[in-house]
Design a protein around this ligand. Structure first.
Ligand code: PGA
Length: 249
């Protein structure tokens, strides 16, 4: 049985008082015991989130980290710095960082290795752009992203990985992949892992869908065989919407 996961990605939203307000409401909610809930606030709110959630099962996640362990990288945050404030999981490869911060598959491969060497867990994001979807190249693009960043890892390393398929054309646009499109891609990803490693490993990897998941479409998307939950942007900023999605399995 794979982990079912709902991870909220707050992006550059929620300052200190907003974080306090949201998390104090969140800890009072009754949550399903069979769903792992995760939240990625901005760097400045990580420590605060860890403190407020210390008696809760919610995992606090960082939205990024640098590929190097330390050094002259102004404005950057290392794996060690995250761990020191109690954050053991990091999102890598989000499409906004690929597009705006020029994070290539090569850079991401290095970040993945640094995170694993630092004994961190990873939510690894990837997905095709609209042009790739329209030209029918989406399987090819996704295969390349996964292969370059992840397929030289040992089988053992995969217990620290959660995958998040996020078609770029569905992120923040209100346009979602149809449940069939999501299932088709997730099954493809699982078959790639099965071919490269083995099917028992492929069966254990949680693959999340991300891109305009909302309370009104989460259940349909999550009900697909190979969809193990979601990475939620916009809807994770509203406690009622977020909880409705957490309760959508
Ligand atoms: P969205 O963002 O839910 O607002 O589309 C998803 C994401 O970027 O992870």
């Amino acid at each position: 049985m794979r982990d079912q996961i709902v991870a909220g990605n707050w992006k550059m939203n929620n300052n200190q008082s907003e974080t306090e307000f949201f998390l104090n409401k969140l800890i009072k909610q009754t949550k399903p015991t069979d769903v792992r809930v995760m939240l990625a606030p901005s760097f400045t709110q990580l420590s605060q989130a860890v403190t407020i959630l210390k008696n809760d099962r919610i995992t606090v996640v960082a939205q990024n980290m640098n590929a190097e362990f330390s050094g002259a990288f102004t404005g950057e945050i290392s794996a060690d710095m995250l761990k020191e404030v109690g954050v053991m999981t990091v999102v890598l490869g989000h499409s906004e960082r690929r597009a705006m911060n020029h994070e290539t598959d090569e850079v991401l491969a290095k970040k993945v290795k640094t995170a694993l060497a630092s004994e961190m867990k990873i939510i690894f994001c990837f997905g095709e752009e609209l042009g790739h979807r329209k030209s029918g190249k989406y399987f090819e693009v996704v295969e390349k992203q996964i292969t370059k960043a992840l397929f030289d890892l040992s089988e053992g390393a995969w217990s620290n990985l959660i995958l998040a398929y996020e078609p770029v054309w569905a992120i923040g646009t209100g346009e979602t992949a149809s449940p069939e499109q999501a299932q088709e891609m997730h099954a493809f990803i699982r078959s790639l892992i099965g071919q490269k490693y083995n099917t028992s490993l492929a069966d254990k990897v949680s693959i999340l869908y991300g891109g305009s998941v909302k309370p009104n479409n989460a259940k349909e998307i999550f009900s697909n065989k190979d969809v193990d939950g979601g990475l939620i942007g916009g809807a994770s900023l509203n406690i009622d919407d977020f909880m409705a999605i957490v309760n959508s399995f």
